[in-house]
Design a protein around this ligand. Sequence first.
Ligand SMILES: [Fe+2]
Length: 261
Amino acid sequence: MNAGCNRHIHSWFGRYTKKYLLLNRDDQYPVSLKIIHCQRVRREALMLGRVLGMNSRDLCVTEAAGLLHDIGRFEQYSRYKTFVDAVSINHAELSVEVLRENSVLQKFAEAEENRIIKAILYHNRLTIPANEEDDVLLLSRIIRDADKLDIWRVFAEHNKLAKDEQNSTVDQDLPDTSSFSEKALADIMAKKIVDFRHVESKNDFALMRLGWMYDVNFQQTFKEIIKRDYMSSLQLSLPQDPTIQAAFAAAQTYVTQKAAQ
Ligand SMILES: [Fe+2]
């Protein structure tokens, strides 16, 4: 499934990422995870664009933004051997830098290029700036939902692996303790997304992924969350604690209501 208009971007993406597979020959797993993630987010974004009734031109823009939203991850990993922005670089800003250096978005009209760049810049922020144009808001919301849909999949698969098979980059190199942060839990109980500054352990990171339920923009995304049973796989990765269970129950009700609305 593709919009059929981004052939040169697909081939550039293939060449560019292959270079990083070769550069990280002894450590390819994190690179290949991100290649798959980019492709899947492209697909999720197209799915949402279609459900929302986008025309073929906007689907083309959406597909490019989905595929390229994390393109800075490859250079980030090569330079710093981590995906933790706080100790390396803002990967969304690096993505835009890579796209500019390689003139990847040249074939788009200036307004379309700006829309793609802004959606990429906003994809990892706590919130999207409210004073943006409608078309920027729409694309940013699609990319954020598409990104979340695939990250929930990555973690569901990651959590099925035995501990010694799990790659630490997926959990942002966070410590595997039995505790969780009260602040992270407080964010969720307030139906807010968890501030990354409140994330100190793998459990907090799992709580953050639960909190993302409150940042979902489209009914279709809620439907996909239910269809793919993401809530169950999130719950499995967290300790059995009454407060956490209450947070899950509240999130579950919220997701069910939003999917039905
Ligand atoms: Fe990202």
